[in-house]
Design a protein around this ligand. Structure first.
Ligand SMILES: Cc1cc2nc3c(=O)[nH]c(=O)nc-3n(C[C@H](O)[C@H](O)[C@H](O)COP(=O)(O)OP(=O)(O)OC[C@H]3O[C@@H](n4cnc5c(N)ncnc54)[C@H](O)[C@@H]3O)c2cc1C
Length: 288
């Protein structure tokens, strides 16, 4: 199918883009998720606002011990940042597995997060890293915690007139030896598309041999990415294998798992447990 007709605005500045935003507009960044939506007429905007080339929305900057990432920064640019990889190795590890070279060359971190595909790889990483998203409209700016951003399949806390402009990451835990964080991502992919059937991201901080913080988040398992509160049971322990297995099982228990042609709910739940166990164990081995 071909898309319905629409006006096209190539924004020259962020101000331009915000001015063009309205209830019947759609933003386009890399276009990898939006173009199929347009072609299937699942999205029928009156105006398309192109932000893909906006320098103001690109780049990775250090800020207060953490990092600010422009929403139109491509996956490739994330991978090229040695600083980002050193500070948040989990981001590099996950980004390498997103799509293929073409997707990573044009797809943007902001586009992927705004699209809120329930099987996307980056959202659980943003949850465990406790990222904050900056949303901007003509009327001003607000910040929303990643943990409050994903509301349902392809649904976020963003209003139609808002743009996601920046992703803010808090300072990572101190380096190895002084008590540091270890992160890991484990997923099972759908063979044809490479999308996660289930993925689990874990971030564990260890000080003096004891776990001081443990976060675990899933993608693909339910209709939105979510944090598993059971991970907190690891705090104050050394993260023994049996305990990790218990936490992994508790994390998927009672979750209303997705059920589709790719995997039944029961199979997804099982994969979720295995992914959680692997991610937690690997994160622990990298912490401290
Ligand atoms: C072949 C293929 C394989 C893929 N494999 C994977 C995979 O393995 N794992 C994975 O996680 N993802 C995968 N993806 C999805 C990919 O990550 C997304 O398509 C990409 O990140 C979307 O970014 P984009 O810049 O292209 O967004 P666009 O397609 O331009 O936009 C996507 C949506 O977000 C909105 N949007 C974009 N930017 C903003 C912004 N700054 N503010 C507000 N709204 C915005 C758009 O209006 C649209 O609704 C794959 C995609 C393809 C095509």
């Amino acid at each position: 199918m071909i898309p319905t007709s629409f006006d096209y605005v190539r924004a020259k500045s962020l101000k331009d883009a915000l001015k063009a935003m309205g209830k019947s507009t759609k933003v386009i960044a890399g276009g990898h998720s939006l173009l199929p939506l347009l072609r299937f007429r699942l999205a029928q905007p009156e105006t398309l606002v192109d932000i893909g080339q906006l320098r103001e929305l690109k780049g990775i900057k250090r800020a207060g011990g953490g990092v600010k990432i422009g929403a139109a920064t491509t996956y490739r640019e994330l991978l090229e940042s040695t600083e980002l990889k050193a500070l948040y190795p989990l981001i590099g590890e996950v980004t390498e597995h997103i799509g293929d070279l073409q997707v990573r060359n044009a797809g943007t971190i902001g586009g992927g997060l705004a699209h809120a595909d329930p099987a996307a790889d980056m959202p659980p990483v943003m949850l465990v890293l406790d990222a904050t998203f900056v949303l901007q409209s003509k009327g001003g700016k607000r910040s929303v915690a990643a943990r409050k951003f994903f509301k349902g399949p392809f649904t976020t806390a963003m209003k139609p007139t808002e743009l996601l402009t920046e992703i803010q990451l808090p300072a990572p835990a101190k380096g190895a030896g002084t008590g540091g964080a270890g992160g890991a991502y484990a997923s099972f992919e759908q063979a044809a598309s490479g999308y996660a059937l289930v993925g689990a991201a874990a971030l564990i901080t260890v000080a003096k041999g004891m776990i001081t913080r443990a976060d675990l988040a899933f993608t693909g398992l339910a209709d939105t990415p979510f944090l598993a509160p059971a991970a907190a049971k690891l705090v104050g322990t050394q993260g023994q294998a049996e305990l990790i297995a218990e936490v992994a099982a508790a994390s998927v228990a009672g979750v209303e798992a997705n059920d589709d042609i790719h995997a039944s709910a029961a199979y997804r739940t099982h994969l979720g447990m295995v992914a959680a166990r692997r991610a937690l164990a690997q994160a622990l081995s990298r912490a401290g």
